[in-house]
Design a binder for this molecule. Structure first.
Ligand SMILES: *Cc1c(COP(=O)(O)O)cnc(C)c1O
Length: 446
């Protein structure tokens, strides 16, 4: 920030209209009425987003009723800092909390076939911070993926990696193949000798050459860190590459994306040498009271995952491929078309000719179709607020029981809006009708 320009007294990062509306509610109502306003807004969202929209956001998933109930459970009012066990905690009275947390850890190890797992990350961002705190020193060189190629702020200058004071170089990417340019990577990596190479992608369509990259960095003791925020469920369900098996030293991921558990983070690794540094970074550095209700919900979703994960994740990928094909058939530019569009839950459209991702995202939302704007390789990082791309994910529609033919219906509805200027009210009615015919949540216990 330019320190010579004084900051205005009323400077806000938030939308001022929204803040002023809230202020007015607070000033003109009793405390009980104000509380009711909060409850009402939650209910309005539950009806609209929960029952009336086609939610195609790639980073969100509907949780089972059991998982939701556990999030509201009594145990969420209990404090349980520390490691699992009577002597490892700060507080007494945690014997049942130990049972819950031990089940969670062992379930995560089983789902991800890892030797170690930790359950105390309230967000995957915090998991990434833990990795940088444990495996690097300030000033160390790392390599990560730039945002237009799919990279995430947590591994860049404006996130945990930046806070740690790391030197961050870009992993060279092949913008056609949408994966790492291995030859260029080898050249740059041999020159920079990064301590850590982070493969973390929010826009993720195809696997990475983890094995080859880990062979290269091994030469100087470098490590691969796989930030599998998005792909976590696909990995657990055996539908994507297995990073730990292919040479990554540690993997983090979001529990609330493909994994379809409560929003929070997961971290897994195999090497016992990493256990102390990683867990020291988690507790007492980055987590204290770590929301045991969330841990219970995470354990419950991991149990669902053992039973249903493979079939659920397989259908998610099938649906994404079908969606990509259907958009392609309508003449819309889909990234990775020559490679079958996608190997994940995501489909990425170039919607520049339709006004860009911001415009298209808001137009579709008027028709109850929820997506998000996204940077694509032809954009610059600075264009983050007005990128050319649109990211679409198949997690929720799949859990609601939709199949490939339903993806063609969705793609046609969106294409009609983009190409044929279909009336948004008419489109909204169709989206609503479609949503209403898929009521039941699948891939969970009755
Ligand atoms: C979403 C995302 C994160 C952050 O995950 P949270 O669980 O929201 O904290 C980190 N890395 C990548 C690549 C992501 O896509």
């Amino acid at each position: 920030m330019n320190t010579t320009t004084p900051i205005k007294q009323d400077f806000q990062v938030h939308d001022v209209t929204a803040l002023n509306k809230a202020k007015s509610i607070i000033e003109n109502n009793t405390s009980a009425q104000i509380q009711q306003e909060v409850i009402d807004a939650v209910e309005r969202n539950a009806v609209w987003r929960g029952e009336e929209c086609l939610n195609l956001l790639a980073p969100e998933a509907p949780t089972s009723q059991t998982v939701r109930d556990l999030l509201a459970s009594e145990v969420g009012t209990r404090a349980a800092e520390g490691h699992i066990g009577p002597e490892q905690r700060w507080f007494a009275g945690t014997k049942h909390i130990d049972e819950i947390e031990a089940l969670c850890v062992e379930l995560l190890k089983k789902v991800f076939k890892s030797n170690y797992a930790d359950h105390r990350l309230v967000a995957s961002m915090i998991g990434n911070m833990a990795v940088y705190a444990a495996l690097t020193e300030p000033g160390d060189q790392i390599m990560t993926i730039a945002q237009p190629l799919g990279g995430h702020s947590s591994n860049r200058h404006d996130g945990p990696a930046g806070i740690r004071g790391l030197k961050i170089a870009d992993i060279p990417m092949n913008t056609e193949e949408l994966t790492v340019d291995l030859i260029e990577f080898e050249r740059v990596a041999k020159e920079l000798k990064p301590k850590l190479v982070t493969l973390g992608a929010s826009m993720t369509l195809f696997p990475f050459p983890i094995k080859e990259m880990s062979e290269i960095v091994k030469e100087w003791g470098g490590k691969i860190f796989f930030d599998g925020a998005h792909q976590l469920g696909l990995i657990g369900g055996g539908q994507f590459q297995d990073p730990l098996k292919e040479g990554a030293s540690v993997m983090t991921g979001s529990a609330g994306k493909t994994f379809s558990g409560p929003q929070s983070g997961i971290i897994v690794w195999n090497d016992p040498e990493l256990t102390k540094p990683l867990t020291d970074a988690i507790f007492p550095t980055l987590a204290a009271t770590h929301q045991v209700n969330r841990v219970a919900a995470l354990a419950a979703s991991a149990a669902e995952f053992l039973e249903f994960g493979e079939a659920y994740m397989e259908q998610i990928v099938k649906n994404a491929k079908a969606l990509g094909q259907a958009f392609h058939d309508r003449g819309i530019t889909v990234l990775g078309a020559h490679k079958g569009f996608t190997e994940t839950h995501q489909v990425i459209l170039d919607v520049k000719e339709f006004g860009g991702g911001l415009h298209v995202g808001h137009e579709l939302a008027k028709a109850n179709i929820i997506t998000n704007k996204n940077l694509i390789p032809s954009d610059r990082t600075e264009d983050w607020d007005r990128p050319s791309g649109l990211r679409i994910g198949t997690i929720e529609v799949t859990r609601l029981g939709m199949k490939e033919k339903d993806m063609a219906t969705i793609a046609n509805l969106i294409a009609d809006i983009l190409i044929s200027n279909k009336d948004l009210d008419v489109a909204k009615k169709e989206a609503l009708e479609m949503r209403k015919s898929f009521k039941k949540l699948h891939y969970c216990f009755e």
